[in-house]
Each structure stands twice: as C-alpha cells, then as structure tokens.
Design a protein around this ligand. Structure first.
Ligand SMILES: CC(C)(COP(=O)(O)OP(=O)(O)OC[C@H]1O[C@@H](n2cnc3c(N)ncnc32)[C@H](O)[C@@H]1OP(=O)(O)O)[C@@H](O)C(=O)NCCC(=O)NCCS
Length: 153
C-alpha cells in the first residue's frame, strides 16, 4: 500500500477528530474539540492511503516569526511502526523550512520518537509564546508533564 502526505480537507475533520481523541483517551496526547480542529484545518497535513483513507495527521502551527510548533501528531494504531510518523514529520519539517521558520518545537510524551526526528530536549520556559497561547487553555497548565523539544531548521 502506498501512502501520501497532503493538506487536510474539510472532509477530513471527523477523521482527524477521531484520531486525536482516541489517542487522547489513552493519555498519549491532549484532546482537541471539533471546533479547534476546524479552526486549525489550514495547518493540518494528513497521511492517506491509495483509497484516500486517512491514517495519520499533524498540524504545523506558527507561534511567532521565530518558531512554529508541530501539534496533534497522531497515527492510527494499526499503522504504527511503519515509518509513517517519520514521513509525516519530515514532510512538515520541509514545509516549515520552506516558510523560513528558524525553529520547530514540539511538546510531547514521545521523546524517543522526536529524538529520532532530530529534536533536542529543552526547557518549556524557552517557549513563552506557546505558554501565552495554547497552554493557557490547557487543563494541565500548572502540572504540564509533556517534554519540550526543538529542532533548528
Ligand atoms: C509517535 C507516533 C506518531 C510515531 O509514529 P510511527 O509511525 O509509529 O513512527 P515511525 O514508524 O515513523 O518511527 C520512526 C522511528 O521512531 C521510532 N519510534 C516510533 N515510536 C516510538 C516510540 N513510542 N518510542 C521509541 N521510538 C519510537 C521507530 O522505531 C523509528 O525508529 P527507526 O527510524 O530507528 O526505525 C505514533 O506512535 C503515535 O501516533 N502515537 C500516539 C500519539 C502521540 O503520542 N503523538 C505525539 C503527540 S506530540
């Protein structure tokens, strides 16, 4: 089976919502409302098979002129460990480079995966603009247990 990476379409909203929230229900990532996914839809990329069935998604979100964040990365469990997470993240890295972001960041529980993608662990305090935005809406604000990581582009 061949897989492609493409920009998300409005038809993908329910599938992206299912993917992120099934992973979130296992505590692997933060949940996203359907409204949030729709409002971020232009930031989303998906992995789709030959029948255009979406098996993974992630968003490239600008934080400021000096950095963007890779958010809501999720691959269907049936498709893990086939190189698709790498394919999606590498695609997003290329997109971020093409837009001339100097840095890409991630807040994640998947430290080993992101290390393999070239990211380095850092302190969350390095990302004040992230803290001003998403983190203020997060129920885990005061007890965030995700690891901050970055990649110089
Ligand atoms: C993290 C995730 C995206 C990885 O996707 P994947 O398609 O299984 O990863 P890949 O097959 O592309 O793996 C790329 C490399 O990372 C490694 N890797 C993948 N998941 C890993 C993990 N959980 N721990 C350690 N290494 C891991 C692979 O072994 C592979 O290494 P290699 O290149 O040396 O062979 C996927 O497991 C997932 O969706 N998890 C649940 C949601 C989540 O945690 N998202 C992150 C939110 S920031």
């Amino acid at each position: 089976m061949e897989f492609i990476i493409r920009k998300a379409k409005i038809d993908d909203v329910n599938r992206i919502h299912d993917l992120t929230n099934s992973m979130a229900s296992e505590g692997l990532m933060l949940p996203r409302s359907k409204y949030k996914i729709i409002s971020m839809l232009l930031n989303f990329y998906v992995v789709a098979d030959e029948n255009d069935y979406v098996v993974g998604a992630a968003a490239l979100t600008p934080l400021w002129t000096d950095m963007a964040e890779i958010m809501s990365l999720s691959l269907d469990k049936d498709y893990h460990k086939q190189g698709l997470g790498r394919k999606l993240v590498e695609y997003i890295i290329q997109e971020a480079r093409a837009i001339h972001f100097p840095k890409l960041i991630a807040l994640t529980y998947q430290v080993e995966f992101f290390k393999k993608m070239g990211f380095t662990i850092t302190d969350k305090d390095q990302f004040p603009r992230k803290l001003w935005r998403e983190c203020l809406e997060c129920p885990k604000l005061e007890r965030c247990d995700e690891t901050a990581m970055y990649l110089d582009l």
